[in-house]
Design a protein around this ligand. Structure first.
Ligand code: GCB
Length: 596
């Protein structure tokens, strides 16, 4: 697998790390400029006539400036900065790891190509041991391309306007933010090192089982010591094999939020390699939650208990930063999730930052982990299929050990008009995910009855987006319950699989009030979602396993006549303050939590 061995970089007794986050030099270039223009590889502060700015890493670059040129830029931008590699790093290996660059990137170190990667929201790394100079200054240059085509994930196309300007058109409803939007680190490993670990868990009564498979690179003249530590750091199990099962007495299971007094219990799998004299050679610590997932035609179960998912679709989105990782923001979001009593969300419409996933693991939030395949159109074309599978492989490699991930989503609202091509495409895609991971159910999110020939028969859970009372029957609140229940029952009837609503809602301008309720008001959002609650309650006993409102918070989109400064279906505003609907949803989610 291309990015197998993409462990989250963690400092240990044998591993050091330097963050390359901060202010980088930044320049845009025309859409026709190609990567091989070595012009930028020199220290471009010195190049005459080139407009050089500063750019924050991590951040999307679009909303940092004040002009259209950066916000609506199409094509390459260039990032560059200097860094020093300590002399002491000479003895082992040095890696560079990007947690995400949207959409594609090529990085050079001291003018030599180090790594190239496409598909946003996913990490990539390279061994740069022989490219860096030790005890001296180095320069890194990164070319970032945001162009989406009919074979990228997600898709897009370039339109030439009559002004001659190139415009990126997209097939999805959120702003096409770009840039180095998650952390960049340099880190070390020894020459023989822990490259990857895969963990699966099980339990039987009060005993837990942690099966692990450690993948080493380098010499095999090392021995292993693999131990499991509880939350207090006590060793509760130990083994000396690289591939084995640890047995845990009186196990603390990983439970979803509010299903247990201490949800999200995490152990630590501590992997140590020792050399022939028993000295520590490499050490990596992997958080582990012990839980099982099972499913049948009616239910989804965690630790053999049926769960009802209550949550939302979300976005990584905020003012100024765009999709850039922002620690205060993600903690605020996490606190709002706790406040509202949700137990689940979908990473619509791409994998979220690893730091966000860590919070979900720790709180017991159940994640439907979605790959970036939103609104695919050209189903049936081999290159798109390959890239779609690649995005799933990379998401799996990154998140396979996370207890929070309870389901994979192969995408949102595929929109091909060719049923046969769509069917062929999804048959292969689902075979691919089931092959990668037999331990988790899979879905693809659909709308308007389009599960037919869109993979419905190959998936484990039917998720549907349903906008009755908004895009359909706008303003007609009295038809909502009947429409919703009819669609839920129709899907149940066809597939006989668990069904859930993955999106419903209405655009709502905070502070807008009209009585009787009118579209876009806070009253309308509250009345509409109350109707949905009635429908959900009617479906509960018949294989209906969850409700996710669209959307957690307002977010930026492209400009269009039905988007006022962006999509306003949030129950929180873009700056994370509650609309009236957040209070209503909170009452429902806490009430649902108590009956479980
Ligand atoms: C959808 C999409 C989501 C949109 C939403 C809307 O079905 O999945 O990305 O933002 O509808 O508000 O139109």
């Amino acid at each position: 697998f291309a990015n197998a061995g993409i462990l989250y970089p963690r400092v240990s007794e044998t591993r050091e790390q330097i963050s390359l986050d901060g202010l980088w030099n930044f320049a845009t270039s025309s859409p026709t400029q190609k990567h091989d223009s070595t012009w930028y590889l020199r220290n471009f502060r010195a190049v005459d006539g080139l407009e050089v700015d500063l750019m924050a890493v991590p951040s999307s670059y679009n909303d940092i400036g004040t002009g259209f040129e950066i916000r609506d830029h199409v094509g390459l931008v260039w990032y560059q900065r200097d860094f020093v590699v300590p002399k002491s790093w000479q003895s082992g290996k040095v890696w560079i790891r990007f947690s995400s660059v949207c959409y594609s990137a090529t990085a050079w170190i001291n003018g030599e190509e180090a790594v190239s990667h496409s598909i946003g929201h996913l990490p990539f790394q390279a061994d740069v041991t022989s490219l860096v100079v030790y005890g001296a200054r180095n320069t890194i240059t990164v070319a970032v391309d945001n162009i989406l085509t009919n074979s990228t994930i997600p898709e897009g196309y370039i339109e030439e306007l009559n002004s001659g300007r190139q415009k990126q058109q997209v097939t999805f409803d959120f702003f096409n933010y770009a840039g180095i939007d998650r952390p960049v680190v340099l880190y070390t490993t020894p020459s023989t090192y822990i490259n990857d670990v895969t963990v699966t868990t099980d339990f039987d009564g009060t005993n837990g089982f942690v099966s692990y498979d450690v993948f080493l690179v380098g010499s095999d003249a090392v021995t292993a010591r693999v131990s499991l530590l509880d939350k207090e750091g006590n060793e509760v199990a130990v083994d000396t094999l690289l591939n084995s099962t640890l047995f845990v007495q009186n196990v603390n299971l990983w439970w979803p939020y509010l299903m247990d007094p201490s949800p999200g219990y995490l152990y630590t799998l501590q992997i140590q390699l020792l050399d022939s004299s028993g000295e520590l050679w490499d050490k990596y610590s992997q958080p582990v939650g012990i839980r099982t997932i099972s499913w049948n035609e009616n239910t989804l179960q965690i630790n053999n208990k049926p769960v009802y998912l209550r949550g939302f679709g979300r976005h990584e989105d905020s003012a100024i930063r765009g999709k850039g990782l922002d620690l205060p923001l993600i903690l605020r979001d996490h606190n709002l999730i706790k406040w509202i009593g949700a137990n689940a969300y979908r990473t619509s419409h791409y994998p979220y930052a690893e730091e966000i996933m860590d919070l979900a693991d720790q709180l017991g939030i159940m994640i439907i982990n979605e790959c970036p395949a939103v609104g695919l159109i050209h189903l049936g074309t081999p290159e798109l299929l390959e890239n779609h599978k690649q995005s799933l492989t990379e998401m799996y490699n990154r998140d396979k050990n996370r207890p929070s991930v309870i389901m994979w989503s192969a995408g949102n609202e595929p929109a091909s008009s060719d049923p046969q091509a769509t069917d062929d495409h999804f048959r292969e895609v689902f075979a691919h995910i089931h092959d990668l991971d037999p331990t988790r159910p899979v879905t693809v999110i659909n709308f308007n009855g389009r599960h037919d020939n869109q993979g419905g028969e190959y998936i484990d859970v039917i998720g549907f987006n349903f906008y009755t009372g908004w895009y359909q029957d706008t303003g007609e609140l009295d038809v909502v319950v009947t429409n919703l229940v009819a669609e839920g029952q129709r899907l149940r009837g066809i597939y006989n699989k668990p069904v859930m609503v993955t999106e419903y809602g209405s655009d709502t301008q905070e502070g807008l009030h009209i009585l009787p309720s009118f579209v876009w008001t806070e009253e309308y959002q509250n009345e509409l979602i109350s109707k949905f609650f009635q429908g959900f309650d009617q479906m509960r006993d018949d294989g209906f396993i969850g409700e996710m409102i669209w959307c957690f918070a307002d977010f930026k989109t492209d400009q269009s006549v039905n988007r006022v400064g962006g999509n306003k279906k949030g129950i929180f505003t873009r700056d994370r303050e509650p609309k009236a609907s957040a209070h209503l949803l909170r009452k429902r989610y806490w009430a649902l939590a108590e009956v479980l």
